[in-house]
Write a protein that binds this ligand. Structure first.
Ligand code: PAF
Length: 282
């Protein structure tokens, strides 16, 4: 499988496919690939003639230098894993300068308020960084279909908004959360957990399932109080937020409205590592 380090080299190859009107699927990642990423790749492979996988730890979406430094970088292992699939996948693993050309800053985006909720509140500038890189990558790859996991549900909605506001010709395809057998949502950050913490982190999904069950009869406020009280019992976790929000607007649910779809969103620290997850409350 070819690994392209520059956008020029990638685009020369992609041009051939574009000239033949081949469908290009795109899976953007920051590497440290896991089964969740592989499930996105599989979906792309089944729906497109060519799949491009980008591996790029994007500095402008990190609001915390320590988090950026510690983000796992395992390019060799990632390439090996993709090669084992033995499929037509182009890997694009650029340097920071290939992407940012000496100006490593974010553009600023207006996502109609989606950026002010949850992750946006707790990670200032994060979604400007995400918008900047996703827009650049879309311009480089020009995919027909792009695959985003629902684990980062807010990011998925932000990307949909970016695409519609900037009239980018790509279909954004949502992909279900891929979980470890314990229920823990797959994430590159799980790699940094000790075995003990990884095992304990199954609590996150367990509590989300309980919250879903309670939401059938109880108010959003009561369910949120339940989640807070559960995490208070487990001192090795620090709950950053639990929020029930409407899926389209991501506005906090104050009062349940019929026919609206809600999700429970959570961010929690264990061993100083920040994990996020969410669950549909339908
Ligand atoms: O979800 C991610 O891994 C990143 O936010 C993305 C979409 C690859 C942009 O850097």
């Amino acid at each position: 499988m070819p690994v392209f380090q520059t956008q020029n080299a990638l685009q020369i190859e992609l041009k051939k496919a574009q000239n033949q009107s081949k469908k290009i699927g795109f899976v953007p990642t920051m590497g440290a690939l896991h089964m969740g990423h592989l499930s996105l790749l599989e979906e792309s492979l089944s729906e497109n003639e060519i799949t491009v996988l980008s591996i790029f730890v994007n500095p402008t979406q990190f609001n915390n230098a320590d988090d950026l430094n510690k983000y796992p970088r395992t390019l060799e292992k990632d390439v090996e894993l993709v090669n084992k699939l033995n499929k037509n996948i182009f890997i694009y693993a650029p340097s920071v300068s290939d992407i940012y050309e000496g100006n490593t800053v974010s553009a600023s985006f207006d996502y109609d308020g989606l950026e002010h909720q949850m992750e946006g509140k707790h990670r200032p500038g994060h979604f400007d960084g995400v918008g900047t890189i996703v827009k650049k990558l879309f311009e480089i790859v020009k995919p027909t279909n792009a695959y985003f996991g629902e684990k980062d549900f807010q990011q998925l909605q932000i990307v949909r908004k970016l695409v519609s506001k900037h009239k980018i010709p790509v279909n954004v395809i949502p992909c279900k959360i891929y979980r470890e057998t314990s229920g823990l949502a797959m994430s590159s950050r799980n790699e940094r957990l000790s075995e003990k913490a990884r095992n304990e982190s199954k609590l996150i999904h367990k509590i989300l399932l309980e919250a879903k069950d309670k939401f059938r009869l109880k108010s959003a406020k009561k369910v949120s109080q339940f989640v807070v009280s559960e995490f208070n019992k487990h001192k090795n976790f620090t709950l950053e937020y639990f929020e029930i929000a409407e899926e389209e607007t991501l506005l906090t649910c104050k009062r349940k409205i019929k026919n609206k779809n809600y999700r429970g969103f959570i961010a929690v620290f264990i061993e100083n590592i920040r994990l996020i997850d969410n669950i549909s409350l339908k």
